[in-house]
Design a protein around this ligand. Structure first.
Ligand SMILES: Nc1ncnc2c1ncn2[C@@H]1O[C@H](COP(=O)(O)OP(=O)(O)OP(=O)(O)O)[C@@H](O)[C@H]1O
Ligand SMILES: [Mg+2]
Length: 368
């Protein structure tokens, strides 16, 4: 998959920008706060996912403007070109005849909500906030797995939604279960729904993570020149839907006491160890960043393996905190793929064959 042309209008601080990245490395450089991450984020949205910065759609639209437009061409590995268009309506967009929210078109066909674009444009993004994959709470690691699965298997989205909906309803019921008759029966039906969707989530997570971890561990060994071992593991809360149902049923008294669902995929986690120790508590900043990066590089390999399509790599400020050997390994590892990389330091890229663009106050210009 290659992004061949990308154009944005009224996107965050960018009034208008357009560029045609090459098939290899493209560097977007510039001082802090100029719009480098904004540009990368606009490319990421082509995947159908929401902002990797957790921003609401409205925040993506340039201040004082009703809507933003992203229009791009991407070349698939079979040579076909696809035309993407995303329109994001901000507050007050209706007066301009645009729905509030994020909507997508592919080759001129309306796809409705931009999330329906999932499974077409493949990308992997690594931003400083992804350090939380290693450092942060289990919640971020679950989001990482779920987002990857949604991109790879659009069928995962309805399963996930069913689970989350049943979870929210059951949690609400658990909070005041003592207060009305028939609550137990209702809880039973939520248990069934949770076990059905949850069992499917576990099956997908396990299958995906087994492959992912093997690649990530091998990549970490290369990144650290074999001097450190990093291991990843996932222990599901149950083997399958039946076992999950039994565990949820057994937990009923404690769930009633706690007032929330205590068993299920929404409580799972991934364990990351560096040199045998918990990376979250003991890893150095560079080690944690390396582990998070390896998960992302492995994600790219998994996408290529499963879909047959190389994803576009979006690396936001990834080189800071990595020593020279790790930088060289990383830049070697991403060869053969299209990579868009942001950096405050253009000087370190003057010898690369790739294009270099400078972002200044939302204006983009090519410098190499
Ligand atoms: N909706 C918006 N409208 C106008 N400007 C916005 C909007 N959202 C964000 N910005 C501006 O975009 C700028 C930040 O851009 P961005 O995060 O892309 O910077 P950057 O070049 O990646 O900087 P750094 O090197 O510090 O990461 C901020 O100055 C912010 O005020
Ligand atoms: Mg940035």
């Amino acid at each position: 998959m290659i992004l061949s042309q990308h154009r944005v209008e009224n996107y965050r601080n960018i009034q208008q920008a357009e560029f045609c990245p090459g098939p290899g490395l493209t560097v977007i450089c510039g001082r802090n706060g100029q719009g480098k991450t904004n540009l990368l984020e606009s490319v990421w949205l082509l995947s159908g996912a929401k902002s990797f910065r957790g921003s609401k759609d409205q925040q993506l639209v340039r201040r004082e403007q009703p809507y933003a437009v992203i229009s791009s061409s991407a070349q698939r590995d079979d040579g076909r070109t696809e035309e993407y268009r995303i329109v994001i309506g901000g507050s007050g967009s209706e007066a301009a005849g645009v729905h509030p929210g994020r909507f997508g078109q592919l080759d001129g066909v309306d796809f409705g909500r931009a999330t329906n674009l999932a499974g077409h444009f493949y990308a992997v993004v690594f931003a400083p906030s992804h350090l939380s994959l290693v450092k942060g709470s289990p919640d971020g690691r679950r989001r990482f797995v779920d987002a990857a699965l949604m991109q790879l298997y659009p069928g995962y989205i309805p399963v996930y939604r069913r689970y989350i909906r049943a979870l929210a309803q059951k949690n609400a019921l658990l909070r005041d279960a003592g207060r009305f008759e028939g609550a137990e029966q209702l809880l039973d039906s939520f248990d069934l729904a949770l076990a059905e969707a949850g069992g499917e989530m576990i099956r997908r997570r396990r299958e995906y993570l087994e492959g992912l971890f093997a690649i990530a561990e091998e990549t970490y060994a290369g990144l650290s020149s074999g001097s450190e071992a990093c291991s990843f593991s996932y222990r599901p809360c149950a083997e399958n839907a039946e076992e999950l149902l039994a565990k949820i049923r057994a937990a009923r008294p404690s769930e009633l006491r706690a007032g929330c669902c205590t068993v299920g995929p929404h409580r799972e986690d991934i364990q990351i160890r560096i040199g045998g120790e918990d990376a979250r508590a003991f890893g150095s900043q560079g080690q944690q960043r390396s582990a998070a990066l390896c998960l992302k590089l492995a994600e790219a390999r998994q996408i290529a393996k499963i879909t047959g399509s190389e994803p576009v790599m979006l690396l936001d400020d990834v080189l800071s905190e990595l020593d020279g050997a790790r930088r060289d390994f990383l830049l070697g590892k991403i060869e053969g793929r299209q990579v868009l990389l942001t950096s405050c330091d253009a000087a370190s890229f003057h010898n690369t064959a790739g294009g270099i663009w400078e972002m200044e106050a939302g204006h983009l210009r090519q410098v190499q």
